[in-house]
Design a protein around this ligand. Structure first.
Ligand code: PLP
Length: 393
């Protein structure tokens, strides 16, 4: 069946206002997500926040089930949190590292993850080992295997980096982690909703993601997957009355499942709307939208690379929906501003957001144009035309 682009765009009110190529920043929410969010906020205003939560408990619970379907896991293995960083931190800071322990990671690590590794390195004396890339720019799986020894206590991979189209080989990395019994934390922040994710196939112990990007959920939402069999590897870095029960004056017991990584107070409307967003993504089918995203991004890359002075920077054997480029003369900031004047949204990827990757590849400041399935071929043409005219060609 051909992809129903008209319906996708009808469902996306923002398409009438902007040409949105900032889906890796935050996607345009589809109407059902916006409606769920607004309905719950209205109910909170009408009957009270606690009462609204109690009355919508089924909708709230539905979010866990939706994420479980998305990831092929149990709903008890899902913790709802504020964002991907908090999700990642709850797993990373929950591990019990000793001085000299090693974390294997890749140069495309996201800034906040790497900051956390540096933080724990300063505090505890762990070593961070950045596994080199292969000729395609993805993590070199043979090199990963060669670096495994008794000191390696974690493999932490960013599947799709903040600064490009690269898709790291998450399943192959999972095979190495499993074969060696090493905990594996996957940052799926930019991949959730973009490409199919199956935690059984990937073999990760922990996975972090955000709601607002390729899942098209509201801002301020995220989730952590924790494999039941790996729950005991983590000690939640902090707990509250939701994560644990104060059983006697000097005792407490943790929730038996991933809820021990959540906190009591939260963005109930956002969490309900996140579930609606995940269901919405599943209705389209991530395995259906993924090839479309790749095709749109490939067309955008080829349109841009034909323009004199433009360099396209995406690495990877497999490339996804994020297109990054720079111009030899016009700065990324100027280009973004000039595009915004025409209601065209892109973002800039500062080098610091993926410092090791930027330094090793000698990247300039780059423009990030990230497409979603509701974007059209006409928008790709319009975008290329706008860039061409800004550059004066
Ligand atoms: C690869 C990657 N990981 C993690 C994050 C952090 O996500 P959040 O802003 O939801 O904490 C980002 C944000 O852009 C990202 O690109």
């Amino acid at each position: 069946m051909p992809f129903d682009l008209d319906r996708a765009r009808r469902d996306t009110p923002g398409c009438e206002r902007v040409l949105h190529f900032n889906n890796a920043g935050a996607s345009l929410m589809p109407s059902p997500v916006l409606t769920a969010l607004q309905n719950h906020l209205s109910l909170e205003a009408e009957i009270g926040g606690y009462e609204a939560h109690a009355s919508e408990r089924n909708r709230y619970e539905a979010t866990y089930h939706a994420i479980a379907r998305l990831l092929n896991c149990e709903s008890s293995e899902v913790a709802l949190v504020e964002n991907a960083t908090r999700a990642w931190d709850m797993a990373f800071y929950g591990l019990r590292f000793k001085p000299g322990d090693k974390v294997l990671t890749h140069r495309a690590s996201y800034v906040s993850n790497y900051l956390a590794m540096l933080h724990v390195s300063r505090r505890t004396g762990i070593k961070i080992d950045v596994v080199p890339s292969d000729d395609f720019g993805q993590l070199d799986v043979d090199e990963l295997e060669r670096r495994i020894d008794d000191r390696v206590k974690l493999i932490a991979l960013t599947q799709v980096p903040t600064n490009g189209g690269l898709v790291n080989p998450a399943i192959e990395v999972g095979d190495v982690a499993k074969a060696n019994g090493i905990p594996y934390l996957l940052d799926a922040c930019q991949s959730a909703g973009q490409l199919p994710l199956d935690v059984e196939a990937i073999g990760c112990d922990f996975l972090s993601a955000t709601g607002r990007k390729y899942l098209r959920g509201p801002r301020g939402t995220g989730f952590l997957y924790v494999r039941t069999a790996s729950l005991s590897l983590l000690e939640p870095p902090f707990i509250d009355l939701h994560a644990a029960t104060w059983t006697s004056r000097n005792e407490y017991s943790l929730k038996p499942d991933a809820a021990r990584f959540e906190s009591w107070e939260g963005y109930v409307a956002g969490k309900i709307a996140l579930g609606v967003a995940v269901d919405y993504a599943l209705k389209w089918g991530v395995e259906t939208t993924w090839p479309r995203l790749q095709r749109l991004a490939a067309d955008l890359r080829s349109g841009l690379s034909e323009m004199p002075g433009i360099a396209v920077h995406d690495a990877g054997r497999v490339k996804g929906a994020i297109v990054t480029f720079s111009h030899e003369r016009v700065s990324a900031g100027d280009l973004k501003t000039r595009l915004a004047e025409q209601d065209i949204n892109v973002s800039i990827s500062p080098n610091e957001y993926a410092r090791i990757d930027s330094e090793e590849r000698g990247l300039p400041e780059i423009i990030r144009a990230s497409v979603h399935y509701y974007n059209s071929d006409e928008e790709i043409d319009r975008f290329c035309g706008a860039v061409r005219s800004i550059l004066g060609g």
